[in-house]
Design a protein around this ligand. Structure first.
Ligand code: CO8
Length: 256
């Protein structure tokens, strides 16, 4: 069976399920290539309005596959070009929700942080344990984590490798919401369904501006926001959304 399963649980919602339980969903090169391919395809798929990425009830992902790396040389790592695979996820224009049960460690935590929202089960844990196997995070763990939770919390996690609980992750701002373990997938799908019913052009502009704005000076970020805001007034969905409000009816968005 495939190591990444694709399901379409509801209109507009696509679910990607990591499926390597025997290796705790460790992200081997095949899985990372499959994820990149899926995210590239779904980014251009009109039927997909929101993507949910999940693992299983015990583990989201236990990191990069240590067997793939144990004997690797720096040249092997350069030639693998895996940053291009991560980039395919980071550049996906559709909102991504990580639904996390159990461990999200190392590359697994970094994968969750590629998402736009994280729904975590009460028993989930997040960590960057790379230091415990002699290395350091290599897919954004030193950077995305610091941006999410601040230097002082991130340093402790990365320098000790000690994971944090879902509750602590929530308090730090690393997750969107914490729900009972058995409800993680449903909560993520419900959130995805809500987003899937929103006007797609507005969704796309919001994601693009929020992510690009994070890396820009405030003045440039505000300009990006202003331009995107103005651009949406060229869409039929802007007319429809506002007319529907004024006519006290539900909007019927077309995505144009
Ligand atoms: N890689 C390869 N195999 C793994 C991994 C992994 N990351 N994690 C678990 N496995 C395998 C085990 O080797 C074991 O295999 P086998 O049955 O053949 O012996 C099987 O999964 C089950 O593992 P455990 O018996 O350890 O299962 P437990 O439920 O007792 O524990 C844990 C689960 C806590 C998740 C534990 O397996 C663990 O600590 N795993 C390693 C976590 C870790 O160190 N992750 C960081 C990896 S390094 C990394 O992610 C670098 C990212 C860099 C970005 C990528 C740039 C290229």
């Amino acid at each position: 069976m495939s190591e990444v399963l694709l399901e379409r649980p509801a209109p507009g919602v696509t679910l990607l399920r990591l499926n390597r339980p025997e290796a705790r969903n460790a992200l081997n090169l095949t899985v990372r290539q499959m994820l990149a391919d899926h995210f590239r395809t779904l980014g251009a798929d009109v039927e997909t309005r929101c993507i949910v990425l999940t693992g299983n009830a015990e583990v989201f992902a236990a990191g990069a596959d240590i067997r793939d790396m144990a004997e690797a040389t720096p040249v092997d790592l350069i030639l693998r070009n895996t940053h291009l695979l991560w980039q395919a996820i980071a550049e996906c224009p559709k909102p991504i929700i990580a639904a996390v049960n159990g461990y999200a460690l190392g590359g697994g935590c970094e994968l969750a942080m590629h998402a736009d929202m994280i729904v975590a089960g009460e028993g989930a844990s997040f960590g960057q344990p790379e230091i415990r196997v002699g290395i350091m995070p290599g897919a954004g763990g030193t950077q995305r984590l610091t941006r999410a939770v601040g230097k002082f919390k991130a340093m402790k996690m990365v320098l000790t490798g000690q994971p944090v609980s879902a509750r602590d992750a929530d308090a730090m701002g690393l997750v969107t919401e914490v729900v009972p373990d058995a409800e993680v997938e449903d909560a993520a799908l419900k959130l995805a369904g809500q987003i899937a019913r929103m006007p797609p052009l507005a969704v796309q502009q919001i994601k693009e501006v929020m992510l690009a704005g994070q890396d820009a000076p405030l003045s440039a970020a505000l300009m990006l926001e202003r331009k995107a805001f103005q651009l949406l007034f060229a869409s039929r969905d802007q007319r429809e959304g506002m007319q529907a409000f004024l006519e006290k009816r539900k909007p019927a968005y077309e995505g144009r």
